[in-house]
Design a protein around this ligand. Structure first.
Ligand code: 5MM
Length: 332
């Protein structure tokens, strides 16, 4: 039987990565289906997941897939439950267990993440019924000049991520901890670097204080980028230098792996920035494997090609596989 560190290490196996397909109902409907003219419905959300997960050959590029609760209860076109069909291909099914964002009472322009209530019971059920190997919890950190994020919001989100991680390890799964630093805003890359240092530094400190087993977590992080309204495009080398500098300063060596979210970068940007990070990590002899855990950057082109039409599925799957190939190649 694999222990948690083994599972975490399998998730960051060299040359492969993780697909985030864990959009909640609203995000799937409004940000994935509707922009491509696809009618939001439970069946169309199932078809969207089938398009990606049943693409022949995905196992060459994916170690794991993060799913959403609704998808765990659904089956692929062949009638096999999605979690089972992933396991059959050697891909570890994971589950998003946070229940979204709510305003932070002490600073209402910021958010905290919900989902701790009833979490142990939900975790036990996911593990028993669907044999999920890992979970995900996302906090969202907003930058606004030097006003946001507040130290209180950083701390409260870190506390919740640590409490979640502890419960997940007790339930026999690997917690992926995702403090997403949002790209929205006109901040500089330097400000993003400062914020990410505070956010990951605080998260690691609180997890250690709460006795989270640091050798059995996966950190999912943003890259260090200038805000999307800053008018500045960072070079991949700048992104890599600042991102690696933050990670080397804040992440303990016993952490088994770090994965990146794409966070609104274009698929090509997310691919070239990852390539620069992977190259620099190798040069610096970084102590942890690094890979991708993208949603949008892997899905966007495939969704545009599919556009909800059955006859487009083979072409959309080819596009999806092509992007997976490019992103995986960026790691070598
Ligand atoms: C930041 O979002 C995560 C990574 O996706 P990108 O690569 O597109 O940035 C992603 O796993 C996200 O947490 C899920 O899509 C769930 O989103 P919602 O909005 O439904 O909580």
């Amino acid at each position: 039987m694999l222990d948690l560190t083994d599972i975490a290490q399998s998730l960051v196996a060299h040359g492969k990565g993780i697909l985030a397909a864990d959009e909640s109902g609203d995000t799937a409907d409004n940000k994935r289906l509707k922009p491509h003219g696809i009618e939001p419905s439970e069946e169309n959300r199932r078809k969207f997941r089938d398009l990606l997960l049943a693409t022949p050959g995905v196992e060459q590029y994916l170690t794991g897939v993060i799913l959403y609760d609704e998808t765990l209860h659904q089956s692929d076109d062949a009638g096999t439950p999605f979690a089972k069909s992933l396991s059959n291909k050697g891909i570890i099914p994971g589950i998003k267990v946070d229940e979204g964002l709510e305003p932070f009472p002490e600073s209402p322009d910021e958010t905290i993440t919900k989902g701790l209530l009833g979490l142990p019971e939900r975790l036990a059920e996911y593990k028993k019924t669907y044999d999920t190997g890992f979970t995900k919890w996302r906090a969202a950190i907003k930058i606004d000049g030097t006003r946001l994020p507040t130290a209180q919001a950083i701390h409260e989100n870190a506390k919740r991520l640590a409490m979640y991680a502890l419960e997940v390890q007790k339930a026999g799964m690997v917690p992926m901890v995702e403090p997403e630093m949002l790209l929205d805003g006109n901040h500089s890359r330097m400000r993003a670097k400062e914020v990410l240092t505070d956010v990951i530094g605080m998260l690691m400190q609180v997890m250690e204080e709460q006795a989270v087993d640091m050798s059995a977590i996966i950190l999912k992080t943003s890259m260090v980028l200038s805000g999307k309204d800053s008018g500045h495009t960072d070079t991949p080398e700048e992104v890599a230098a600042d991102t690696m500098s933050v990670l080397m300063d804040t992440v303990p060596i016993e952490v088994p792996g770090i994965v990146f979210l794409s966070g609104g970068q274009s698929p090509d940007q997310a691919t070239t920035n990852l390539a620069a990070i992977a190259k620099l990590a190798k040069e610096m002899n970084a102590p942890w494997p690094l890979t991708f855990s993208y949603a949008r950057a892997l899905q966007e082109d495939a969704l545009a090609t599919w556009a909800g039409k059955d006859e487009n599925i083979p072409a959309a799957r080819e596009v999806f596989l092509e992007r997976l190939k490019k992103v995986s190649a960026a790691l070598t």
